[in-house]
Design a protein. Structure first.
Length: 247
């Protein structure tokens, strides 16, 4: 899936806004180097720059990296795959917000992260936990099936116990690991859930004619209205997994 970076910043800036809470776990050290893994448009990368000597932002999306470079020309941004990071023993901190659930192979991911970290270095990350967007996923699956399309869930939301086991198997010492509910208000009132689907289910919706897209989105709204609509805005059923670990 190629990201719409403009839509992401305009309608889904809550992703970076909530990610600011992770920054408190990153120590300030003028001599350290930080890797922002899955940096998106660089909103958090520029804040990480205030905590270190060097920060590098990486993302698999060309459009996201282009937008990041346009906004923050003084920071290094690179297009690359999180499962094939081109660094070794180079960073004191790997920081990542709302990224790992897009990656199916968490074992290889953690091996790559371990490889790029220096001894005693830190991993600070947060992403979708088991049960994240369960109501939306269920409704989207049903709506697709009703219109003759098959949706294969693409997100990977682990339980804390399972991810913790992978961390230990890959040489990490866990400082904190916990999941929590984080109901998330979507922008634009009645249009909020449709905006969300157009961003995060973009590749699935693009396969459908426009009239079918509209039918699917309307059906998802119908199926989730009782649980996610509060009368004024859509509140997505987010559940997050936060990890602080070191090697």
């Amino acid at each position: 899936m190629e990201w719409n970076s403009a839509l992401y910043d305009k309608k889904h800036d809550f992703v970076a806004e909530y990610g600011k809470g992770l920054l408190e776990f990153v120590p300030k050290n003028d001599g350290q180097a930080i890797l922002d893994l899955g940096c998106g448009t660089g909103i958090l990368t520029v804040q990480l720059a205030d905590l270190c000597h060097k920060v590098v932002g990486v993302d698999s999306s060309q459009s996201m990296i282009e937008k990041a470079k346009e906004q923050f020309s003084n920071i290094e941004f690179i297009v690359c795959n999180a499962l094939a990071l081109p660094f070794e023993n180079e960073f004191d901190v790997v920081f990542s917000n709302a990224v790992f659930h897009w990656i199916s192979d968490h074992d290889t991911l953690l091996k790559n992260i371990h490889k790029v970290l220096k001894p005693q270095a830190l991993l600070v990350c947060e992403f979708g936990a088991k049960g994240n967007i369960a109501a939306i996923e269920s409704a989207f699956t049903e709506a697709c099936n009703d219109t003759g399309y098959e949706y294969e869930p693409k997100f990977h939301f682990p339980m804390a116990e399972d991810f913790g086991r992978l961390l230990k198997n890959n040489g990490f010492v866990i400082d904190k690991i916990y999941d929590y509910d984080r109901p998330t208000v979507l922008k634009d009132g009645k249009q909020g859930l449709v905006n969300w689907m157009k961003q995060f289910y973009a590749s699935e919706l693009e396969e459908m004619p426009e009239n079918v897209q509209a039918t699917v989105c309307k059906r998802v709204e119908e199926l989730t209205r009782g649980t996610l609509w509060n009368g004024e805005e859509w509140v997505a059923d987010y559940r997050r997994l936060r990890v602080i670990a070191h090697i």
